[in-house]
Design a protein around this ligand. Structure first.
Ligand code: ATP
Ligand code: MG
Length: 574
């Protein structure tokens, strides 16, 4: 490919709209352009990267016996009503009508469509297990699209769905997919961890996420230094402290804390550390048959934070967890949210395991402008439940009892789920067992954010000059820079010969024949991150040499012009 005939759309200036390095570089290198918030066009260079990633994913999926299909983006609402998700999926699900006023959705994921397919096509248990996948556009009307294609609204996902007679078969395919994902992300040159994960809106009972370690990541992962325990912080269990709770030594008192709305403000006013002030929150319980809910008080140590995912799973709470509104709180306790506390609270109280070990602590008095001091569980709050509600912290003991937890930021590039029979049961996707009875198929589903993977890779692989593609992803393997080809027949001839020779060997080459200033061409090739760069100029040629430079190491080597092709092929490992 010649740059003179290509759409190379590099930008010199840093785009101001980009908040993370990968987004900046994807715009500057001309990989993507925004069309609307969270919606992008992929330019030729970006598309090449996308296609390379897709090729690796396809190879590894096919290797595990998965079969490629293609399902529609536009899906009838009826299927979503059958699964029960039409009502449950929030505003991320884009709903639309056709000209006949039939309801449709833009697929954020494809469990419904694929389950309807399997229901019709799988006639006998002999066809199982079956693993169907596609690489296809998804739409999720994300509330905060950001970081370019990292969190887009329209994005490309590889999604696979497996069908089984029994749980053992599902486990086998789950392990195969886990293995395939590990191979895919390794081949893509990513530093990643597989972590235990929550199942979110997809559902099911067992799941792992594949997280690329990067500071720009939106997820926090916890891992042990003493074992292979690793989990998304949403899932990581905080153990109860080893020390027992000290006996009460203070009497219950009441202190004026005018204008204090937060734990830190109350702690400062009372002269206590935040760890001695209780944080009390009111959340909604699970709705009853009439849709009414009680308000439940959650209590945490003032210096720790609520884990909404774990709390949402607590018995009888709304899930996803919903906080009480200020009006609901005012009606129940006649105080503002910053003045809540468990003493005298007439309702269900759930105390975090660590908070349950506090003694002589302070908490809101359920009266604006006052806190209680010297508070003790049992003595002052006779009735409460204890549950794991808080986020784990750096230095906590690992929940498997081995080692200490550390926290890192991660970008979720893939997730595998054991769905069980959630969809097959709801939608009647059954096969006959040996006794002739219809049983719902066991299902698994497996997603990779294909477009997000590229942003994640750039987060891990860049320097101050631009992208440094891992070998498996680069849009071109070799760049040839011809210096002043318009002025020198020898330069032109040597560059053409090398270009044609490499192409004949199946090497993807970008030949920069723009006749630009050399500095501009170097900068562009470094920005777009081509791994191997050959520079051909009159000065080198007069000594019979061309220059090779590795993008990654920056190392330069003079190659003999005559043998440049074979020398380069050797460097490329061909
Ligand atoms: P997230 O928690 O980041 O919103 P998710 O858990 O909802 O993602 P899944 O349903 O597991 O996403 O989808 C499979 C994969 O699709 C994810 O692992 C991620 O790599 C990718 N993905 C999900 N949402 C987006 C998005 N808005 N933009 C780009 N990629 C996405
Ligand atoms: Mg996920």
């Amino acid at each position: 490919m010649r740059t003179s005939k290509y759409l190379l759309s590099t930008l010199k200036e840093n785009p101001t709209e980009a908040a993370v390095e990968s987004h900046r570089l994807m715009l500057r290198a001309g990989l993507i352009r925004q069309v609307a918030s969270g919606i992008y066009t992929w330019l030729p260079l970006g598309l090449r990267v996308l296609q390379r990633v897709e090729a690796i994913i396809r190879e590894e999926m096919n290797r595990k016996g998965a079969i490629e299909i293609s399902m529609p983006v536009v899906q009838p609402a009826e299927l979503w009503q059958e699964s029960g998700r039409y009502a449950k999926y929030g505003p991320e699900l884009c709903r639309l009508k056709d000209r006949k006023h039939n309801d449709f959705v833009l697929g954020p994921t494809h469990e419904e469509v694929v389950t309807a397919l399997a229901r019709r096509e799988v006639k006998s248990s002999r066809q199982l297990p079956l693993n169907l996948y596609q690489i296809q556009t998804k739409f999720r009307d994300e509330i905060r699209p950001r970081f370019g294609v990292m969190r887009g609204r329209e994005f490309i996902m590889k999604d696979a769905y497996s069908f089984h007679m029994d749980h053992a078969s599902l486990e086998q395919t789950y392990d195969d997919m886990y293995d395939a994902y590990s191979r895919i992300f390794t081949r893509l040159g990513l530093d990643f961890r597989a972590v235990e994960a929550d199942t979110g809106a997809i559902g099911g009972n067992h799941s792992h996420e594949f997280q690329v370690l990067a500071d720009a990541g939106e997820d926090t992962i916890a891992f042990s230094d003493g074992s292979d325990y690793a989990a998304n912080i949403e899932m990581a269990e905080a153990l109860a402290p080893a020390q027992p709770r000290p006996a009460p030594s203070a009497t219950l008192g009441k202190a004026a804390t005018p204008g204090c709305h937060t734990v830190d403000e109350a702690a400062a006013a009372l002269g206590l550390p935040a760890s001695q002030v209780l944080k009390s929150l009111l959340v909604r319980g699970a709705p009853d048959a009439e849709g009414r809910h009680e308000l439940v008080m959650l209590c945490l140590c003032g210096n720790q934070t609520l884990n909404e995912v774990k709390a949402g799973k607590a018995e009888g709470l709304s899930n996803p967890l919903e906080f009480a509104s200020d009006e609901e709180i005012a009606e129940l306790v006649h105080a503002h949210p910053g003045s809540l506390g468990p003493v005298g609270f007439q309702g269900r109280i759930i105390v975090d395991r660590t908070a349950e070990r506090m003694a002589d602590f302070a908490c809101g008095a359920n009266e604006d402008g006052y806190h209680l001091t010297g508070v003790n569980w049992d003595r002052d709050v006779p009735s409460y439940e204890v549950c794991d509600l808080r986020n784990v912290e750096e230095g906590d003991p690992s929940p498997d009892g081995q080692g200490t937890l550390h926290l890192r930021r991660g970008i979720e590039v893939g997730q595998v789920f054991m769905l069980g029979t959630k969809y097959s049961e709801a939608m009647g996707a059954t096969v006959k067992d040996e006794s002739g009875a219809d049983i719902p198929m066991e299902m698994g589903c497996y997603g990779i954010g294909v477009t997000r993977v590229i942003a994640a890779a750039i987060e891990q692989h860049h320097d101050d000059k631009g992208i440094v593609w891992p070998a498996g992803m680069a849009p071109f393997e070799v760049a040839i820079i011809a210096i002043k080809p318009g002025k020198s027949e020898a330069v032109r001839e040597c560059a053409e010969r090398l270009h044609d020779g490499l192409c004949a060997q199946g090497v993807e080459v970008l030949y920069d024949d723009r006749d630009e200033r050399p500095g501009v061409m170097f900068a562009d090739m470094e920005l777009i991150g081509i791994p191997h760069v050959i520079t051909i100029g009159d000065r080198g040629l007069s000594a019979g040499e061309v220059e090779y430079k590795s993008r990654k190491s920056g190392e330069r080597v003079a190659l003999k012009a005559e043998t440049a092709l074979s020398d380069l092929l050797k460097i490329l490992g061909r």
